[in-house]
Design a binder for this molecule. Sequence first.
Ligand SMILES: C[S@@+](CC[C@H](N)C(=O)[O-])C[C@H]1O[C@@H](n2cnc3c(N)ncnc32)[C@H](O)[C@@H]1O
Length: 184
Amino acid sequence: MTRLIALGLATALLAVPSAASAQAAPAQTATRRPDVIYVPTPEEVVEAMLQVAKVTKNDVVYDLGTGDGRIPVTAAKKYGARGVGIDIDPQRIKDANENVAKNNIGDRVKIIQGDLFETDISEATVVTLYLLPSLNQKLLPKLNKELKPGTRIVSHAFDMGDKKAEQELDVNGRKVYLWTIPIK
Ligand SMILES: C[S@@+](CC[C@H](N)C(=O)[O-])C[C@H]1O[C@@H](n2cnc3c(N)ncnc32)[C@H](O)[C@@H]1O
C-alpha cells in the first residue's frame, strides 16, 4: 500500500513540470524576443529618410521593425504614400495602431504583427530600417530576392557591411544610408 502511494506521488510530480512546459511553449513561439530593442527615429531623421528615397504618392513604404509606426504614418500623411509597418512586439503594435488612429490615416497605413524576416515585403517600393549592422546584412538576401529592381532601401544609423551606399547623409550627427535594389 505504502509503495503504491509513493509510486502515485512520483508520477504526479513528474507530470507537473511536463504539463507546465507544454503550456509555455506556444507562448514563446508566438512572440519571440525582438532582435533589437525599440528606439524611435527622431522626426527630422524620418523626414530626411523619406526625402532621400524621394517618396511620392506612388510609393509603398515598408518599415521593418516599425516601433510606434512614425515612418509609415509620416510617409502617408506628408508624402501621400501607402505605408506598412511590421513589428514583432505586441506593445509596439498597440502603439503603432494608436498612432495610425490618432492621425486618421487607417486607409493608407497598415500595421502587421510579425517577424520582419518572415513577412512578405515584395510589394514595397521603399524599405526603411533602423535595426543593427548585423541585421541589415542578414536581411540583404531577402531584400535582393523579394524586392523589385529600383526599390530604395534607407537605413538610419547602420550600414550594410561592405555594400557601399549610393548616398550617405549626416542629419544632426545621425547617419542615413541609401541603396537601390539590386544591392551588389
Ligand atoms: C530601433 S527600433 C526602430 C523603430 C522605428 N523603425 C523607428 O525608426 O522609429 C526597432 C524595432 O524593431 C522591432 N523588431 C526587432 N526585431 C524584430 C523582428 N524580428 N521582426 C519585427 N520587428 C522587430 C522592435 O520591436 C523595435 O520596435
